[in-house]
Design a protein around this ligand. Structure first.
Ligand code: CUA
Length: 174
């Protein structure tokens, strides 16, 4: 089969462009740490208040012995609880989310903290927050009449500031 030289060249160029796009997408996903949440862990959403991990007094920020931080939060119509949290910058943080009713989404703008929260499952996201500041947590999955009002606050402070806050015996449970 004869293929014209010009046609061959253009086929090569268009395949090259497609290849370039795929490389850019994979490359940026890799460098920004973007990936599909892959944690599969089930929980009884109707009994969160009785669970060992997500009872009301267990929610909030926990400092782990290795210096990392675990954040446990519950999403429910229409809010994320606890409502206000302070977290350290430049620290390994693992968010663990559960829903007490329907599917919610949680998104922290300007970070890669974003996941769906499906009832019956624990959604887990590990990240490092690089910039201090006030961040809203927004629900980005339509969950009912109050969806647009479903948000909460996270304040990110420097590691030193956070350590100071947490050694004054101040419980940081929102
Ligand atoms: Cu929760 Cu929308």
């Amino acid at each position: 089969m004869h293929i014209d030289k010009l046609e061959k060249n253009w086929a090569g160029i268009s395949l090259g462009i497609a290849g370039l796009f795929v490389t850019v997408i994979l490359g940026s996903a890799f460098f920004h740490g973007i990936h599909a949440p892959s944690n599969v862990e089930t929980i009884d959403s109707a009994k969160l208040h009785l669970s060992a991990e997500f009872a009301e007094d267990k929610l909030g920020v926990e400092r782990n012995p290795n210096g990392s931080v675990t954040v446990r939060m519950v999403a429910g119509r229409y809010g994320f609880y606890p409502k206000d949290l302070t977290l350290p910058a430049e620290t390994a943080i693992t968010f663990r989310w559960v829903s007490l009713d329907v599917i919610h989404g949680v998104h922290m703008p300007m970070t890669n903290m974003s996941t769906m929260i499906v009832p019956g499952y624990v959604a887990q996201v590990s990240t490092v927050l690089h910039h201090a500041g006030d961040y809203p947590l927004l629900c980005n999955e339509y969950c009912g009449m109050g969806h647009a009002h479903m948000w909460s606050n996270i304040k990110v402070v420097s590691k030193a500031q956070w350590d100071a806050l947490n050694t004054q015996g101040g419980a940081n449970h929102g």
